[in-house]
Design a protein around this ligand. Sequence first.
Ligand SMILES: Cc1cc2nc3c(=O)[nH]c(=O)nc-3n(C[C@H](O)[C@H](O)[C@H](O)COP(=O)(O)OP(=O)(O)OC[C@H]3O[C@@H](n4cnc5c(N)ncnc54)[C@H](O)[C@@H]3O)c2cc1C
Length: 407
Amino acid sequence: MPRVKVYTTDFCSYCDVAKRILESKKIEYEEINIHGDSEMRDHIEELTGRRDVPQIFIDDQHIGDDDNLTELARSGELDKLLKEEDNDVAKNGNTIEERNVIIIGGGTAGYAAGVYTSRAMLEPLLLVGDALGGQLSLTLDLENYPGYFGHQAGEFVNGLKEQAERFGTETRFEYATEVDFNSHPFSVKTYDNQYSAKTIVICTGASPRTLDIPGEKEYGGRGVSYCATCDGFFFQDQRLIVVGGGDAALEEGIFLTKYASEVIIVHRRDQLRASQIMQERAFKNDKIKFIWDTVVDEIQGEEQKVTGTLLRNIKTDEKEMFPIDGVFIFVGHIPNTELFKRVIDLNDQGYILVDEKQQTNIEGVFAAGDVHDHVFRQAITAAGAGAAAGIMAEKFVAELENRAYPG
Ligand SMILES: Cc1cc2nc3c(=O)[nH]c(=O)nc-3n(C[C@H](O)[C@H](O)[C@H](O)COP(=O)(O)OP(=O)(O)OC[C@H]3O[C@@H](n4cnc5c(N)ncnc54)[C@H](O)[C@@H]3O)c2cc1C
């Protein structure tokens, strides 16, 4: 059996993603947490040229980060690398598992739907994809969820899973790769299994939007990051740019001041979109500076490290080469609906269209959370929509089976 090593830091949701993928495939691994260990941090950087975690090795082969691992797992290459052709994946290849409810997505909305459908004794299967807890696993604090004051987002995420599982929701760390809603029961495929289900709840949420500028991809993980809590540690006493002007940009920017000598928030407007309380905290923080009316046109680097950004003032069109050690990008999200294009109705920005009962244009297929909500995009609204979708899924199955449904 090859030796698998995963280098991680504290508060790193992407590290959890990598670990979960390995665990779901029952692969034993050694976790090496380098948080606070500057020698190990430098060693990893030297070895891989990367300034992000997780970094994964199989024997002495550097695999890359969680995205690289996900890709390998999806394509089946991971099994080959681990010489596991005889494992359950191959054995289960052609069997179709029948379920009452499949929930696609393991964020707040998905687990809320899980609580409701499992309390209705439907034994839902929840496919978590590659991010247990969804976007909330990318942040530290959750302060605005009513009734859940002052706790950490990570604790909230664990609670979501535990509560839904207590009533009978089954979590699998699988990623839906194909769906067919043209005939009933509906069909869902993952890279490991095939399923049929009486009803589906889609809660695939949203992913960070990229800037799509030169250098962004090239220096991804080499100074360009979308997760402050994961990668901030690599930038001890360094100068960082945070791009964005909403709550996420300010919250993550404030978090980065734990490590960085200076955090410069670059925003395309002359005022922030963030909530008042976040603005006050950011303005009070001595390490945070602002550059207004400005966009990043290019990210530059040397020897595989970010060294600077080309900034452009959108009012004057003046350009400036700005030396910097890292760029953290928080410029909104795009809905994870690639899988559903030409399958269900989406709006022109790619969000799933639902009616007031969370139903899509296909009867029995529901959607909840950030995958359809482009207005509120909050944990509490995702939970509310997930609960509603769960109730409607329960009603759909009851009617299908000619059972009485309360209410
Ligand atoms: C940095 C940051 C800070 C935030 N802070 C707050 C806050 O303080 N308060 C607040 O209320 N909100 C906050 N939010 C917003 C909040 O996290 C979202 O509104 C909420 O997570 C939406 O939940 P969701 O379940 O709809 O989707 P998500 O949380 O996006 O979850 C989506 C799930 O779908 C899964 N998935 C995707 N594709 C597939 C697939 N093909 N197959 C299987 N699974 C799939 C993912 O792995 C994930 O589990 C923050 C967001 C960010 C990014």
